[in-house]
Write a protein that binds this ligand. Sequence first.
Ligand code: UT7
Length: 334
Amino acid sequence: MTEIRGAGIIGIGSCSPPKVLTNDDLSKIVDTSDEWIVTRTGIKERHIVEEGVAASDLAVIASNNALKSAQISASQIDLIICATVTGDMPFPSVSCLVQDRIGAVNAAAFDLQAGCSGWVYSLTVGASFVKSGMYDKVLVIGVDILSAFTDWTDRSTCVLFGDAAGAVVLSAMNPDEGVLGMNLGSDGSGGKLLKLEAGGSLKPASLETVQNRLHYIKMEGREVYKFAVKILGEASVKALEASGLSTSDVDLFVPHQANVRIIDAARTRLNLPPEKVFINAHSYGNTSSASIPLALDEAYNQGKVKPGDIVVVVGFGAGLTWAASVIKWTMPAI
Ligand code: UT7
């Protein structure tokens, strides 16, 4: 399809809560060790919120940082899309809470749920609105507070997650710049591998759901691991093909930061050198919908991406879902 206008990132920001939980801290809560966690995941520490801090609190800070970086005011935003699986409450949406608190008085707002792939899904939806001419400026947020749904007695999951938010501002630009090709997918048959069973219409909160610990994340880690290694490479190659590019064109690969071993395995499959892959999982753990915009913001601020660079963002997660997008970077070098 020939596009008459493109959509690209003109501002980026993130927010990571100050409280740090190290592997040694976790070894005092459950039967684990720094050695096990580092060897199996590469994670050394994660940031988690204090009690009472919700998804919208981090999302507002990340959004204001992105607006500042874009040098535009909140009233110029036409649409807010927020990727999350851990909103402040089932409704209203995080995007509406953010819309009010940042003063985006002219913006439509909705949340998008696609597990840890949610932010890349949201990026492609936002870019489509801009490319179609429907909207000029779209704020795309990814936020999750997984610590609120982590079973702190389950060592197989509690060592993995952290809390954060990241956001970008999309704006119209030339069709050969910004968000290029993408690949989105789902396999609902794998939904049982990663789930939070209660609190929805199937099993509303009850004494029984609480007693059975059904309000916490449950995961079959091994199965998710196998899926992740396969899909990160496949989705990236398809998104590159859709952009008329190949892996040799990639300047920076920014995957979902779930596990350094998963990222390394995908990197090997894609035949990318380590210096072209951005990893910050060791400092933040898996921050779900926030992981990719948080990594992208950190990579940008470390001067790892400059105008004209081809950046691949790719995620996988609950659903099961996956999403990859190719971005021709346009923001000025730091
Ligand atoms: O964004 C969402 C996507 N989620 C993911 O990306 C997670 C994907 N999966 C993974 O990253 C890995 O499967 C894990 C890191 C979760 C687990 O690593 P693994 O190498 O697959 O370990 P495992 O689950 O097969 O467990 C191996 C052993 C078991 O003990 P036995 O049965 O061999 O005696 C576990 O009980 O390690 C044990 N174990 C632990 N030991 C110390 C599990 N968790 C821990 C722990 N500390 N925290």
